[in-house]
Ligand binder design. Structure first.
Ligand code: HEC
Length: 139
């Protein structure tokens, strides 16, 4: 009896802490602090200094993109943002190339890990914009 209770209690704490990890992925906070300064989807287009994170996610992750490849791509970009490597031509034209900022590899790994596994906030206008953009890309 006493033994069973302890086991249940253990399980409970375990799932509780697991949920906590899920809810509070360290990458979420890091992304909001370091990247949302410019990439915040809740800001209007006029206020934002860069495309929303969801746009970046969709541009970088395809069906067959592994998490490792995605994290690598983001690390590479952060270390050396430049016009030649940029994939988001429209954004470069509109906002200029992202400036080089001193982020640690650990932070970027967490952020990219979070981005890969989680739904990111999407502005209302985005779905329509994305459809239009995809149409444009095929031409
Ligand atoms: C000072 C503003 C600013 C901050 C802060 C910022 N970015 Fe950017 N970022 C931009 C701009 C502007 C662009 C669009 C132009 C471009 O692609 O270079 C961009 C584009 C990108 C791209 C797409 C590059 C491409 O064209 O292929 C990635 C990936 C990216 N940012 C990741 C991040 C991450 C991750 C963070 C946080 C760690 C971050 N950015 C923080 C301004 C910023």
């Amino acid at each position: 009896m006493g033994c069973k209770k302890t086991k249940d209690e253990n399980n409970k704490t375990l799932s509780e802490s697991y949920n906590k990890v899920l809810q509070e992925h360290p990458g979420k906070k890091l992304m909001e602090t370091h990247c949302y300064l410019c990439h915040d989807a809740t800001k209007t287009e006029e206020e934002r200094l860069a495309p929303p994170m969801i746009a970046i996610k969709k541009r970088y992750i395809f069906e067959d993109t592994s998490k490792e490849v995605f994290i690598n791509d983001i690390q590479k970009w952060i270390k050396n943002p430049n016009e030649k490597d940029a994939k988001m031509f429209g954004a470069v034209r509109r906002f200029g190339v992202m400036q080089k900022l001193p982020y640690s590899e650990e932070d970027i790994e967490q952020i990219a890990d979070y981005m890969f596994d989680n739904e990111i906030e999407q502005p209302e206008w985005f779905e329509e914009h994305y459809k239009q953009m995809k149409k444009g890309m095929k031409r």
